[in-house]
Design a protein around this ligand. Structure first.
Ligand code: SIN
Ligand code: FE2
Length: 216
């Protein structure tokens, strides 16, 4: 809204550079919002959200499921990609076209025109859930970037460096934002501190994160 002098507040930049090879595309998922949420309901009807256990025996506060040819799983034996959902014994739900289209379009905007994801990890954060600083390193080919879509309640994204002790930058991730990291920042540490309570208009009392990978 213009102020008293008719000036418009400076618009938030549509893209922010987080590091070399890493970009934040503000609002890039908004045109897909409805389609994504409908598709998500279908996915979770076949492969429901569940709290997985880490190799160290901790139950994760973030609930997860997957779609695509492979899904990321963790249990007492380790982290891996699995073509079947261990909970249902069936293949993961097929990746919906709207998921694919958004991931490919966002990756291309960030400088990765060849990205074709075969896995999408779906994270559900309820208030208090968090994901500690980690690297995504269970994928076969690190030439593929990670494309990460935020829906629902806002969160803080911590984005560090190659070493766990490297300084961490913080970004507010809001409904519709898409983060892409690859190339020199593909193995950068990242995490999400405790989600604050709130209610989002269309998503409710949670944050959903879709993380697209080239896993196989
Ligand atoms: C992840 O690292 O898998 C999720 C990151 C996020 O929730 O933004
Ligand atoms: Fe990650």
């Amino acid at each position: 809204m213009p102020d008293l002098f008719g000036r418009l507040a400076p618009a938030e930049p549509a893209t922010e550079i987080m590091a070399e090879g890493a970009m934040l595309l503000r609002g890039a998922a908004l045109p897909y919002e409805k389609a994504l949420l409908i598709a998500l309901d279908d996915i979770t009807a076949s492969s429901p959200f569940r709290h997985m256990v880490t190799p160290g025996g901790f139950t994760m506060s973030v609930a997860m499921t997957n779609c695509g040819a492979a899904g990321w799983v963790t249990d007492r034996t380790g982290y891996r990609y699995d073509r079947t959902d261990p909970q249902t014994g069936r293949p993961w739900p097929v990746m919906p076209d709207c998921f694919l289209d958004l991931a490919i379009t966002a990756a291309a905007r960030a400088g990765y025109p060849d990205f074709r994801p075969d896995a999408c990890l779906i994270n559900r954060y309820e208030p208090g859930a968090r994901l500690s600083l980690h690297q995504d390193r269970n994928e076969r080919d690190f030439a593929n970037p990670i494309v990460s879509v935020s829906l629902g309640l806002p969160a803080t994204f911590q984005f560090g460096g190659l070493k766990r002790t490297d300084p961490v930058q913080k970004y507010a991730l809001r409904h519709g934002d898409v983060a892409v990291w690859g190339g020199p920042s593909r193995l950068f540490h990242h995490g999400v501190p405790e989600l604050k309570d709130g209610i989002h208009d269309t998503v409710g009392r949670m944050r959903i994160n879709l993380t697209f990978r080239g896993a196989l």
